[in-house]
Design a protein around this ligand. Sequence first.
Ligand SMILES: NC(=O)c1ccc[n+]([C@@H]2O[C@H](COP(=O)([O-])OP(=O)(O)OC[C@H]3O[C@@H](n4cnc5c(N)ncnc54)[C@H](O)[C@@H]3O)[C@@H](O)[C@H]2O)c1
Length: 469
Amino acid sequence: MRRTNLSKLIVALLAVVMCMACADVPSGENYSFKDGMIVFDEPARVAGQESMLGFAAEPIPNVRVGFIGLGMRGPGAVNRFTHIEGVEIKGLCDLEQSNVSKCQAMLERASKPKAEEYVGEEAYKELCERDDVDLIYIATDWIHHVPIALYAMEHGKHVAIEVPAATSVEECWQLVDTSERTRRHCMMLENCVYDFFELTCLNMAQQGVFGEILHAEGAYIHNLEPYWDSYHSNWRLDFNQKHRGDVYATHGFGPVCQALNIHRGNRLTYLVCMDTKSVNGLELAKERMGVQEFANADHTTTLVKTELGQTIEIQHNVYTPRPYNRLYQLTGTKGFANKYPIQGFTFTEGMLKEGVLPEGARLNPHGFASDEIEAAALAAYKHPIHQEIEEKAKQVGGHGGMDFVMDYRLIYCLQNGLPLDQDVYDAAEWSCIGELSATSAKHNSMPVAVPDFTRGEWNKLQGLKFHTK
Ligand SMILES: NC(=O)c1ccc[n+]([C@@H]2O[C@H](COP(=O)([O-])OP(=O)(O)OC[C@H]3O[C@@H](n4cnc5c(N)ncnc54)[C@H](O)[C@@H]3O)[C@@H](O)[C@H]2O)c1
């Protein structure tokens, strides 16, 4: 009897000690604490579902498109598509008739056939259900991206989704699983990877000009003060008011992930995030929303580690007065590239292709290369995609032409039955940073594992390829 009481006491004491030990261990609805790291649940792949790595659909010579979301961003895409051969714009959809009408007028001015109009919160469903549409192009606010994309894929459509494709880890898995199950492309419309400096640097990196890349930086630093009034129903401030972390990481993160071959022989392993208090964001929310709290920091910094031992730093700040900046910086063992705030390179002996260095030019391993050397290198390493389409892209425009390069490549790959430049795993990896960074910041910058959306196949493809026929 006495022994039983003693054992009960020991069990009770052990339970108390275990509870005390657990008190600081973070766990959420969809994550737990393992080996010093916060780990999000990773759903197993359902039987019969296959990877989309290297996926190519049947060629679609004439791509029939439906556009959903025609606010500030969408109409530019409609206009760009009127300049691409072998495209038919079948449907235009928005919450506001006036936005649809403006795009319809744009088609008329371009002497294109009238598109069917869809207006209202659920009108996108009718457009997705049509059997004469191949691609749904989504430029709505962030919270509508995934529900619309899933519905479109379920109805047999390829999807292209504005950035960020998804707002949570759960939504990232939904995109991956639905794309894998329906065998439909799901591409995020990350345009900055096609910018002229970034794509040239990618070409240099792939040809080894920087040696081994060890560290990379990217950012979205853009004071959105002039735009807050223009978002439909205040969706963006409303989202930021509710969400901590780097909620708009992809412009800074995408281009550097490409240079580091993420899920093409390398992978993201874990991240830590630290953020400032919210001052300007909170002020905005008080003035515009009449609320006393604001989750998003004025400045958020995230550090991500890769399997191959590199680090990536990304920053987000849409609140304070300072010049626009996406950083885009590559630090390699043999060279350096930087876009913002000052564009330039550091090159070292023997790393540039023969004939690139102007005669008599000298390299400085602790300074920027001269303007003459930079111009020669930019010309010598111009990416084949830019060689092909730069002139037209600059005429049509969209952030100086990069938006047109993106749309052109999407349609070119669909028309020719090629794998797309960005796959669903890119969309998930670049978008998941929002919730992962928020979770790290919430737990005093604790490391958070980055889910492997390829489910172990990150080493199957070697290096990023832009496919051509
Ligand atoms: N890649 C870039 O450079 C870039 C630049 C700007 C915006 N964006 C992205 O584009 C998207 C749109 O941003 P924006 O600035 O145009 O915002 P916006 O508020 O001007 O436009 C959003 C539009 O979506 C429509 N919409 C909302 N719910 C809808 C629904 N259920 N069905 C149909 N339409 C719906 C609204 O009516 C509105 O016209 C966002 O994802 C944003 O991040 C990307």
